[in-house]
Design a protein around this ligand. Sequence first.
Ligand code: ZN
Length: 246
Amino acid sequence: MKLGILADIHSNLPALQECLGVLQGEQVDGYLVLGDTVGYGPFPNECLELIKQLPVVRVIAGNHDWAAVELEDVESFNEEARQAILWTRTVLKPEHKVFLNALEYNIHTEFYQLVHGSPRDPLDEYLLDVDTFEKNLEDLKANICFVGHTHLPLFFYREKETNKLNSRTIAEGEELALDRTTAQIINPGSVGQPRDGDKRASFGVFDTGTLKFKLMRKEYNIGIIQEEMKKAGLPEPLISRLSEGR
Ligand code: ZN
């Protein structure tokens, strides 16, 4: 089964549409959505409508999704993120609030685990370094774990020869040969607000048969979303950062 892996869409409809177009071309059978479908951007309802229509989709909650339905306090958010959440609360349709409220935040099967932040702190921890990876090993429920939250395409793994834990970024088009016998955490980067200096949407495709994960990037019309963000009165730094991928 081929699965599209999408994280941190952040209400960015043009980016989401482009990614879904690529994944349909890859003939995926289903999708895994790793949280933060809303927040920051101007299209929360449209993104949720699109996600809910996908065939075979598993969606988990991120910290912005929870904040949008008041399950998480916005006090810990920075000023721009907080403003965007307060705006999102005012426009979210009731049925989408119900959907976000009901989302699980830590899903695991025998094949994989899905969390937004990290296995030990599924909503809020940023998995950025090997030290944090190590501290999460005992909470891993499957050897292949997909995360989001940092908006950076990153791979955490154990080196075969030395048994040492390691991490690295994942390049566009790179194929990771995952395996079931050793702990690995994969972040596909962010669909709607990439932060690795590449403004293109970042996402992946995972084949549950071959255990290959491929990272993909796709350009989208940034002007459309920036225009809509201005109209909605969303904070300027959130608008300009999309042009820089930071
Ligand atoms: Zn996020």
